[in-house]
Design a protein around this ligand. Sequence first.
Ligand code: GDG
Length: 469
Amino acid sequence: MKTRSPRLVIVSARAPFVRTPNGIVRAPGGLISALLPLMRRSRGTWIAAGADRDACEASELPFRVRALSLSSETRAAWYAGASNGALWPLSHGFVEVCRFRAEQARAYFEVCRAAAEVAAEHAPPGAVVWIHDYQLALVPALLRARRPDLTIGFFWHIPWPVAENLRVLPWASELVEGLLGADLVGLHVPRYVRAFRDTLDELGVAHVNEEEGIVVPRGARHARIEAWPIGIDVEGWASLGRDESVAAEAVHITSELGGGRVLLSVDRMDYAKGIVERLEAFERLLEQSSEVRERVTLVQIGVPSRETVAAYRDLRQRIEATVGRIQGRFGGPRRKPVHLFARTLDAHELAAYYLAADAAIVTPKRDGMNLVAFEYIATRPRPNGRLLLSMTAGAADVLPEAHLVNPYDEEGLGSAIGHVALAPETANDSTRMAALKARVSRLSVETWASGFLARLEQVTQEHAPAQAR
Ligand code: GDG
C-alpha cells in the first residue's frame, strides 16, 4: 500500500508530539489527528519545521522526525507573524485582523527555504514528499528547484482565500507560484478549488479547467489543484464510543451536569471558530427561555491556542469574560449553564463528552473542514444526537444532513441552538444521523491519505501536455 512506503516524507509546521509539564504528549490540532495514524504505519521521515528538537528526539516513534534549527526570532516572525497573523486571517476572511510586515515575510521565505533544504537532504531518490499547510506554501517550488526527481504533493488545510482578499497580500504571486511547484495541490472542497481558479484568473496564470479540478502547465510538467476532503480515524473514535469505561464516564458527566440536556462545543480558542458569538447566542436563549435556563447546559472545550499572537490572547479574555457574565447572570449554587474547559482533554475524556452530548454545536465563522463534527458522529454507537453545523465550514459541503446554520445570523443561530437543545428527537433526526454516520465512515483519514497519495503518483505519470487557455 502506498501509505506504508518508506519513501514517504512529510513536511509540516508542527511535530506530532510536544513537550508539556506532564511529559511528551500528542500535539493538538486537526492536522496531527489526521496524519499520525498514517505515519505510525509508515517508516518514512517527518520534517517538522517549527518543532521542539528535544521532543522529536526523545519520543519513541516508529518513524524519524527531523526539526529545523530556527532562531526564536525567525520562528516567531514566521509562525506567529506571517502564518498566523497574516495568512490565517486572510484565508478565513478576517482581512482587518491581518498584519503584513516585511520582516515577517522574510522569515516566512527563510523557513520555507530551510524546510526545502532539509527535505532535499533527507528524501531518498524518487521519493514522494507531502507538504502540509499554509505555513509552508513556498516549499514545493523551492524543493523542486533542488530535487526535480521528487514527486511533490501539497495539502492546504484551511479555506482558500477569495481573490478579493488575496489581492491585499503583498506576496500573493510568490505564494501561488510556490504552491504550483507541487504536482498535486489538495484543498478540502470544490468551492475552495473554484476560489483558487479565481486567484489564477486574477494573477493571469494560464490554466485548464477539467472535471477533476484545475491543470496549470509549468514547462515540461503541470500542477493540478483538486478537492480531497479530509476525514478522521473513524474506527479509533468508534471504538472509544463502544468502550465501557467511556460510556460510564459519559453517564457520570450527564448526572454531574444535572441530568438535563447537554450541548457540546470543542474548538481551539480561535476567532474563526465563532466561540464568543455562540456563547452570546446561548446567553440570549437563557434570557428568553425558562426551559433553557432550567434544563440546558453548554460545555465549551476551548483548547488555548497561538497565545503569542495578540488577537488570540484578546479572544481568550473575551471568552472567559463572556462565560463569567453568563454565570453571574444565570448561574447559581447548583446550576452552571456554561462550563468552559480551557485545556486539552485526553481522548477518552473527549469521547465521553461526545457520548454525553445531546447535540454538538459546531458553529465556526469559517473553517477549512472541521474534524470535531466528524468525531461527534463517529463516536456515537447509535444514530442519535444532533449536529448543528455552520454552512461556512468545509464540513457542511460533505455533511449535508447536519442541521446547517448561518453563524453570522444572530436570530437564526439562537433559534437553531434552541431547536437542537429542546425539540424532542424524531425519526427524521435518526435518519439524518444514520446518513451522517455513513458519510463519515466513507471519509476516513486512511482513505483520504491513500487516495491523495495514489492520485499524486498517478498525475506525475501522466505526460500528456496540458493545453493552456
Ligand atoms: C485545521 C483546520 C481542518 C480539540 N480539543 C481537544 C482535542 N481536539 C482535537 C479534535 C480535533 C482537532 O483537535 C481539531 O480539529 P479541527 O478540524 O476542528 O480544527 P483545526 O485545529 O483548526 O484544524 C480545520 C483541519 O486542519 C484538518 O484539515 O479540519 O478546518 O482549521 O481532532 O479532536 N483533542 C483532544 N483533547 C482536546 O481537548 N484529545
